[in-house]
Design a protein around this ligand. Structure first.
Ligand code: NAI
Ligand code: MG
Length: 342
């Protein structure tokens, strides 16, 4: 790692769980080859946080992000069904990271070509508020389960304005609001109404339409090119962003970033991939592309572009790719190949 100098940008680095440390190491390596502007403070979270500090979100990690307001994080494992609440969700709440940006672009031509889509997901509300409880009956304490979701007008207008501003800044033409307002008339109806309200401010600059989530899922398979940007509630955005990843080669190809009032956190869309963790075969491109988004965020668009071009040339010209893309390279080998390109 480069020595600290006053001109360097302080940022928190969270290796995370499962394949996290592997893809984080690969990403830091290519950033260094690029002349990384970041001065990393390495902190733990997730199972690694439990192991090192007895807490999936240790106080030192929160303090580091609070001070630096900028973080790159590996995926964090969340127990399924029982156990502690997702550290990802807690991080978003802690720093009010309301805007989740998940772009997908074709790098490796596959089933689909020329995919260029951006999904904006409301990151704090909806069903992820997760006010859940069980209703007991007879001897069964879990006879029924209830989940309450919540979208506020203020929160919905905030994410809509964020999406339209993103569209204007990035020269995007159309936003499709994704909802289920035919069934969840209040929860997603309010979201749709708020988005349409905000859309009026952008009339003539950004087009808007809307689609029911199930129809949208099918259209994304049949004709993804009809879309430009998707604006989604929390749960639908989570589901559809994995689907978008599938259009460009899978979860190894999908970066994401979380923006809020108090911080910006960059990460991959994928999780800790326990099935391949520790094997050195994970595709690090998602996190590398997240790092490219982070470079853009700090005003280093040129470096971001160089990184994206190096990744593309490594795959398409040098024919070096990880297993999920049909290649044979391990995570390290792939990172070294990108470094050579840089
Ligand atoms: P996952 O995204 O970890 O894995 C799904 C499938 O995609 C697996 O077969 C995996 O091997 C593959 N995959 C994912 N990333 C890959 C990569 N970079 N290269 C090659 N293959 C890759 O989803 P899963 O298995 O549902 O979740 C595992 C854990 O991750 C859970 O504890 C979950 O809560 C957590 N998670 C964390 C996220 C975060 O920290 N932002 C996001 C999503 C899940
Ligand atoms: Mg997800």
């Amino acid at each position: 790692m480069n020595p600290t100098s006053p001109s360097r940008i302080p940022a928190t680095l969270i290796p995370g769980d499962g394949i996290g440390p592997e893809v984080v190491e690969a990403t830091v390596q290519v950033l260094d080859a690029l002349g990384s502007p970041f001065d990393w403070d390495v902190q733990q979270a997730g199972m690694a946080g439990v192991a090192s500090a007895g807490d999936p979100l240790p106080a030192a990690t929160l303090a580091s992000i609070r001070e630096r307001r900028l973080a790159l994080k590996g995926p964090l494992t969340t127990p399924v069904g029982t156990g502690f609440r997702s550290s990802n969700v807690r991080l978003r709440e802690e720093f009010e990271l309301f805007g989740n940006v998940r772009p997908v672009n074709t790098i490796v031509p596959g089933r689909y070509e020329d995919i260029d889509l951006v999904l904006i997901r409301e990151n704090l509300g909806g069903f992820y508020v997760a006010h859940e409880f069980y209703i007991p009956q007879g001897n069964d304490p879990h006879a029924a389960a209830v989940c309450t979701g919540m979208n506020t007008r203020e929160g919905s207008e905030r994410i809509a304005r964020f999406a339209f501003e993103y569209a204007v800044r990035h020269g995007r033409k159309k936003i499709t609001v994704v909802h289920k307002a035919n069934i969840l008339k209040a929860l997603t109806g309010l979201f749709l109404e708020a988005c349409k309200h905000v859309a009026k401010e952008y009339e003539g600059r950004v087009e808007v339409d809307d689609m029911i989530v199930d129809a949208c899922a099918m259209q994304l398979v049949l004709n993804p090119w009809r879309f430009d940007m998707l604006l989604c509630t929390n749960l639908f955005g989570d589901i559809l962003s994995d689907q978008l990843a599938g259009l460009v080669g899978g979860l190894g190809m999908a970066p994401g970033s979380n923006f809020g009032r108090d911080a910006a956190i960059f990460e991959a869309v994928h999780g800790s991939a326990p099935d391949i963790a520790g094997k050195g075969v994970a595709n690090p491109i998602s996190l590398m592309l997240a790092a490219a988004m982070m470079l853009e965020h700090v005003g280093r668009a040129g470096d971001a572009q160089r990184l994206k071009q190096a990744i593309s040339a490594t795959i398409n010209t040098d024919k070096v790719a990880t297993r999920d893309l049909g290649g044979t390279a391990g995570t390290r080998q792939f990172a070294e190949a990108v470094c050579r390109r840089l």
